[in-house]
Design a protein around this ligand. Structure first.
Ligand SMILES: Nc1ncnc2c1ncn2[C@@H]1O[C@H](COP(=O)(O)OP(=O)(O)OP(=O)(O)O)[C@@H](O)[C@H]1O
Length: 463
C-alpha cells in the first residue's frame, strides 16, 4: 500500500528524476520532480510537501555542495517542518554532515540502491522535527541519523592522501572486489571498511567484524565457520558462524596478520570454494560475502618471512588501500581537532571551548603515534578535564617533549629512524603503564591504541 506522503525530488539530472519518480511512485501517494532549483520556493508554497529529496550540486562543474546547503536552508526557512534528505556522492560525506547540522534529517550516497533510498526516506518521514533544535543537539542528531550511511563518524581528511583514499573507496565500493586495508593502528582502517560497506550494494545487509587478534586458534574455526550442537564440549547449540552471518553483506577480518598458518589454509579454502564447513558438520554451506581485511603489519614482509601464505594474500588483496599515518598528513590535524572538539563539546555540553593558536601549532607538530584514535582521545580528555574554559593538552606535550629529549640524547647512537621510533614508543608505553598503575585498558586508551595493539607492543618490547 502506498504511504500517504507527497515527495518532492530536486535534481538537475533528468535521469535521476525519472528513475526516482518511477520507483518512488510505487511507494508514496504523490511524487513531484523539479530540475530547476529556482522553482523550489514557489513549488513549496503552492502545494503541501512532506519530504524533499535534494541534490547537493546543481552546476555541472560544481562539486562544492554549497548550492545544496543554500537550497536546504532556503527550504527550511520557508517550511521549518519539512523533512529534507540530501543526495551526495560518497566523497562529499563530510559535507553531508554539515547538511545534517543545518537541519537535513538524513542523507543518501549516490549511486543508491532503490531499497536504500526507500529506507532513507522512510526513516526521515518517521523523524519528529522539534520546532527549533538546540545547536547542542544538532551534531548528535546528525550523527544518529547519519548512522545508516556512515555509521557513527564521518571519514574526514582534506589532505591529498585522504582525498585519494576517498576516491578509491568511491571506485571500489560498488564492486565485490576483496579489499586489503593497510596502515598503522588508529589510522582509520575500520572506518574505511564501514564506509566501503555503507557505499556498496550490500549496505542493506550487515557488515560482520571479526577481530582475529582476540581469538585463540581453537575458537577461531567455530567463530568463523560455525559449529553444530555437540561438536565440542561447549557447543550447546548450533552456531552459524561469521561467514554465514555476513551472507549478503560484508565480512571484515581485522588484525589479519595474527592468523596462524593452519587457519590461513582453512580461510583460503573457504574463500576459494565460497563455502564453509561448520565444525562437526559434514556438508558445506554456501556463503556470499564481500571480504575486507585489515592489518597494521606488513603482510608482504610476512609472506617473505614465511609467516603468511602468498596465495592467501593474493586472494584478499585485489585492491590494497593504505591509510597514511597522521604525521605524514599534517594538513588533516587541525580539521580533525576541530571536528572532535565540536563533537565532544556537544557530548559533554562544553561548546564554549576552543583550542588556542599556540596549542594548535604544538598539536600540529606532534607526531601522533596512535594516529587519529589518539587525537580523538586527546580531545575527549581535554574537553572532559577543561577548567575555566581552558583546554589542557599538556599530557601530550610532555610526552612529546620527553620523546624529543630522548631523541636528542640518543641521536649520536641511533643508527636509523625505526630504531629511534621504537625506543620512544617503548618508553612512552612504560610511562603510560606506570601512570595507570599497570591498567592496560586505561593505558591503551590514553595512548590511542586498542587493547590488542597494546598487548602486541608489550610482547614486542618484553614488557
Ligand atoms: N579519517 C578519520 N576521520 C575521523 N575520525 C577518524 C578518522 N580515522 C580514524 N578516526 C578515528 O580514530 C578511531 C580509530 O579508527 P579505526 O578504528 O578505524 O582505526 P584502525 O586503523 O582500524 O585501528 P586498529 O588498527 O588499531 O584497529 C575511530 O574510532 C575514529 O574515531
Amino acid at each position: 500500500m502506498k504511504q500517504p506522503y507527497h515527495v518532492l525530488v530536486l535534481d538537475d539530472n533528468q535521469d535521476i528524476l525519472i528513475a526516482s519518480r518511477i520507483f518512488l511512485k510505487q511507494h508514496f501517494a504523490q511524487i513531484t520532480t523539479l530540475h530547476d532549483p529556482a522553482q523550489l520556493l514557489s513549488t513549496l508554497s503552492s502545494q503541501p510537501i512532506d519530504l524533499l529529496l535534494l541534490d547537493m550540486n546543481f552546476s555541472r562543474d560544481t562539486q562544492s555542495g554549497e548550492e545544496g546547503l543554500f537550497y536546504l536552508q532556503q527550504a527550511l526557512k520557508a517550511q521549518p517542518q519539512l523533512k529534507v534528505v540530501m543526495m551526495t556522492a560518497y566523497a562529499a560525506l563530510p559535507l553531508a554532515v554539515r547538511a545534517m547540522q543545518l537541519g537535513a534529517v538524513n542523507f543518501i550516497a549516490k549511486p543508491w540502491q532503490n531499497e536504500q533510498l526507500l529506507q532513507a526516506l522512510q526513516q526521515a518521514l518517521q523523524t519528529t522535527i522539534k520546532p527549533s533544535p538546540k545547536p547542542a543537539n544538532m551534531l548528535a542528531k546528525a550523527r544518529t541519523s547519519a548512522a545508516s550511511i556512515i555509521d557513527r563518524i564521518p571519514l574526514l581528511g582534506d589532505s591529498r592522501a585522504m582525498q585519494q583514499v576517498l576516491r578509491t573507496i568511491e571506485k571500489v565500493a560498488a564492486t565485490d572486489a576483496n579489499i586489503l586495508l593497510l596502515g598503522e593502528s588508529g589510522t582509520g582502517k575500520t572506518l574505511v571498511a564501514q564506509a566501503i560497506h555503507q557505499a556498496s550494494n550490500r549496505a542493506a545487509a550487515p557488515m560482520v567484524s571479526v577481530d582475529m587478534g582476540s581469538l585463540s586458534s581453537s575458537l577461531l574455526e567455530s567463530e568463523l565457520f560455525g559449529h553444530k550442537k555437540g561438536a565440542f564440549t561447549d557447543a550447546k547449540a548450533d552456531n552459524a558462524g561469521r561467514f554465514v552471518e555476513a551472507t549478503g553483506g560484508t565480512l571484515f577480518l581485522d588484525e589479519l596478520a595474527n592468523l596462524a598458518l593452519p587457519e590461513q589454509t582453512k580461510l583460503l579454502a573457504a574463500l576459494q570454494n565460497r563455502t564453509v564447513v561448520p565444525v562437526g558438520a559434514s556438508q558445506p554451506v554456501a556463503v556470499d560475502i564481500r571480504l575486507i581485511c585489515a592489518t597494521n603489519e606488513d603482510l608482504h614482509q610476512a609472506v617473505a618471512s614465511g609467516l603468511f601464505r602468498q596465495d592467501l594474500l593474493y586472494r584478499i588483496n585485489t585492491v590494497e588501500i593504505t591509510l597514511p599515518p597522521l604525521r605524514s598528513r599534517k594538513q588533516d590535524i587541525i580539521p580533525l581537532l576541530n571536528w572532535y572538539l565540536q563533537y565532544y563539546g556537544q557530548r559533554y555540553q562544553r561548546t564554549d571551548l576552543q583550542i588556542s593558536s599556540c596549542d594548535q601549532r604544538l598539536l600540529q607538530q606532534y607526531d601522533w603515534p596512535g594516529n587519529v584514535r589518539q587525537l580523538a582521545h586527546a580531545v575527549e580528555r581535554a574537553v572532559v578535564l577543561a577548567d575555566k574554559g581552558k583546554l589542557d593538552f599538556s599530557q601530550l606535550q610532555s610526552t612529546s617533549e620527553q620523546a624529543l629529549a630522548l631523541t636528542d640524547s640518543n641521536t649520536a647512537q641511533a643508527e636509523d629512524a625505526d630504531f629511534m621510533l621504537e625506543l620512544v614508543e617503548e618508553k612512552t608505553i612504560r610511562q603510560a603503564l606506570q601512570y595507570f598503575q599497570g591498567n592496560v585498558s586505561q593505558a591503551a586508551k590514553a595512548l590511542g591504541l586498542t587493547r590488542g595493539a597494546l598487548y602486541r607492543r608489550l610482547e614486542k618490547y618484553g614488557l
